[in-house]
Design a protein around this ligand. Structure first.
Ligand code: F6R
Ligand code: MG
Ligand code: MG
Length: 382
């Protein structure tokens, strides 16, 4: 029997700013999903939130991009957005870019991570959900989980994992994807995914048998809408154990609060802080960017769980480090590298400022007697 796990999320409005989902909107979404479960559209579901993002975790047997499942999610978001509007919540309906549903949710605003697989006798999965960052934020941990033996002991020790993994990388600017094999193409892979705003790891497969181990939501709202309409707070599914990374090897990748783009106004680098569900609220400077990890088992299409994986003193020091990094990088104020490079910023005031000042720039006639090599890609060191 094939099971599909669909994690679909959207920011449909939140309480007290871009801060936290309101329980009444969850209740509205719950009505729709409960009905879909009664009507056998989905087998099971769990609804949660991270910051201002409403998260629908659903299982079914209809495969990826299924019209009925996506329409269910759309209706749940629509109903939740109605409640958000009635309550006067902030940015009600923000991520719902279209008025009507057609076919599936791609390009309509919500983030989607779906995976169809043959259920193993025991099927542990981890669902990661982040707020105030973007899909490329999972590049670094995915590399560590599936390609770095200093993180994942099983790459060396477990015979099923020893051959390595395949990474499917999407170039979101060109709309192209490529598969790269690890360990042999690790350096090529890193050369790409070290630019996470453009090259995003979308799927990972076990090389030995092509078993899919992971999927990431890769919608980039700013590219979809042609203008920025919100950060694409991403979700990721990782299957665990028995020839795949152990649960603890997966979580080990989040022991460094590495810097991700997003945070305040989607325009700043900040540390990704793993938190428990109870702390999944954006506060300081609208963040810091937060990550929740929920562990489930899936049995005959039913979700067993969850367990709140970062609700654990073993991650206290990571959070403390994240706060220290936040203190440090905040001191840069409006300066890069805290502020993002202009083309990645959510707010596009820079062109307006340049336009306003353009007549006040005076040509420096003497400046380029010799063309500086820094602009010509030629080395000045002969
Ligand atoms: C970032 C985010 C927030 C908002 C900020 C300003 O993704 O959601 O940091 O950008 O709170 O929001 P507006 O412009 O809606 O007042
Ligand atoms: Mg938001
Ligand atoms: Mg958000």
């Amino acid at each position: 029997m094939k099971t599909t796990l669909s994690v679909i999320k959207a920011d449909i409005g939140s309480l007290a700013g871009h801060h936290v989902v309101h329980p009444d909107t969850i209740a509205a979404a719950n009505k729709i999903l409960a009905e879909a479960k009664r009507n056998n559209v989905i087998s099971d579901y769990y609804i949660t939130y991270v910051g201002d993002d409403l998260q629908l975790i659903m299982t079914h047997s209809r495969g990826e991009l299924d019209t009925k499942v996506h329409e269910t999610a759309w209706n749940a978001f629509k109903e939740a957005a109605k409640v958000a509007k009635d309550l006067g919540l902030y940015a009600a309906g923000q991520d719902l870019l279209s008025d009507s549903f057609s076919g599936n949710l791609r390009g309509m605003g919500p983030g989607i991570a779906e995976m169809e697989f043959d259920e193993r006798p025991a099927e542990p999965v981890v669902i990661f959900m982040a707020d105030k960052t973007e899909p490329g934020a999972y590049n670094l941990p995915l590399y560590k989980i599936f390609a770095d033996p200093f993180n994942t002991a099983g790459l060396v020790i477990d015979p099923t994992m020893h051959e390595g993994y395949k990474f499917e990388v999407l170039d979101v600017y060109e709309g192209e994807s490529i598969i790269l094999n690890t360990p042999e193409e690790s350096y090529d892979l890193l050369a790409l995914i070290g630019t996470p705003s453009r090259y995003i790891v979308r799927r990972v497969y076990r090389k030995a048998d092509n078993l899919q181990a992971s999927v990431v939501s890769v919608e980039r709202l700013n590219l979809i809408a042609g203008k920025y309409v919100g950060k694409d707070d991403p979700v990721m599914v990782v299957r665990a154990q028995h020839g795949l990374p152990a649960l603890g090897e997966i979580l080990e990748a989040f022991t460094v609060p590495y810097l991700v783009p997003g945070w305040m106004r989607g325009s700043h680098y900040g540390p990704l802080m793993p938190v428990s569900q109870k702390d999944a609220r954006a506060t300081r400077f609208d963040g810091p960017p937060r990550l929740v990890g929920l562990g489930f088992n899936i049995k005959n299409g039913k979700l067993v769980g969850p367990t709140d994986l970062f609700d654990d003193p073993a991650f206290d020091e990571v959070r403390r480090t994240a706060v220290m990094i936040a203190d440090y990088i905040r001191k840069h104020g409006p300066f890069m590298p805290h502020r993002l490079e202009p083309q990645e910023m959510e707010y596009t005031t820079l062109p307006l400022v340049i336009e306003k000042l353009k007549n006040r720039f005076k040509k420096e006639t003497d400046m380029y007697k010799t063309k500086p090599s820094v602009y010509s890609h030629e080395s000045s060191h002969e």
